[in-house]
Design a protein around this ligand. Sequence first.
Ligand code: COA
Length: 386
Amino acid sequence: MREVAIIGVGMTKFGELWDTPLRDLFATAAAECLEDAGVEREKVQSAYIGCMSGGLFVGQEHLASMLTDYAGLKGISATRVESACASGGAAFRAAWMEVASGMSDFVLAGGVEKMNDGADATYCLATAADQEYEVYNGVTFPGLYAMIANAHMEKYGTTPQMLAQVAVKNHANGALNPKAQFQMKITQDTVLGAVRVAEPLGLFDCSPVTDGAACVLLAPVEVAKKLGKPIVKVIGAGHATDTIALHDREDLAAIPAVGEAARRAYEMAGVGPDDIDVAEVHDCFTIAEIVCSEELGFFERGKAGQAALDGVTALDGAKPINTSGGLKSKGHPVGASGIAQICELTLQLTGRAGERQLKKKPRIALAQNMGGSGGSCTVHILEVEQ
Ligand code: COA
């Protein structure tokens, strides 16, 4: 396998973008990415695009052809990738494999979702859960994560204040990100006093409904060197799946696909959790950041909530998590989120993250992107050559 580098990143602003159609979202992110890479459109050979549901959200499928055509990439090999909220991470994995295999030199990994176009987002999102056993019985995604939160609280003593601190931290980071949906700081009182969605989760424990797109361009390290780019290498890639229904899991306070994807990625990279300088963790709900951080090995089981309260995961903490604002504050256009995580980490690794740039420039970064309530998960580990 060839070593692969990320040579360009681009993303739209995330938010309620009523006036921007799906295709424009993707074209904008792709154009910014290619400009960042300094690579002409004609060089791009292939694209993998994560999108959870063009059909349900905006009534449009056959997306890969349409989106690449509109982005000025007509005729290339193009594939839409679906793995619920992990669609972006899965698209990145496919693009990485195509470059690593030697098949292509310039491959675009993208993600896009338009969730605010009138469709019932709660219904559309629930198609990623088990229809027969969960959704037909009235469960929604906030409901599923509320069950995980209750189990974690019961088993480890995790408190509402710990959950709230994840939201406070991610909003503080998002306030420094001009592309974030919510750019305002909040307090524990904001979170704890907000309208309840599914106990113990309130409005500010949830990621929002978001429109947006993100793209990254991959190339072999040797090619990237010739272009004079900073070398951000993909050193580890792990992908794992699990039952999509919660009732088939042994322990609701764990999300095993995350642990397994991480184990595979760490093994390939030859690094462990202590080597990770910065991470983007899938915080679709505050409890998800806590459980996933434990599965990734950053903290012992039951200890991630206290770590958030102690400031360990803050921008100036020992293990900064979700410097972009995370899904909570940056927004969660589901198919794009996994790619936006890679964009953020590439910016951090190359010292281009603006006001939220970590003071000590990171060397190794980890992105974890999850589908549904953990039925699928990708983990990618990146390293910048210094
Ligand atoms: N966090 C903070 N504020 C939020 C928010 C969120 N997640 N979602 C909406 N808001 C704000 C809006 O900006 C708006 O503020 P304003 O009145 O100042 O303009 C207000 O709350 C009402 O917004 P609205 O769009 O009417 O909210 P809603 O009640 O329709 O939706 C949720 C709120 C929590 C139900 C929705 O955001 C949601 O479903 N989130 C989860 C998404 C999800 O499941 N993703 C997949 C994960 S696996």
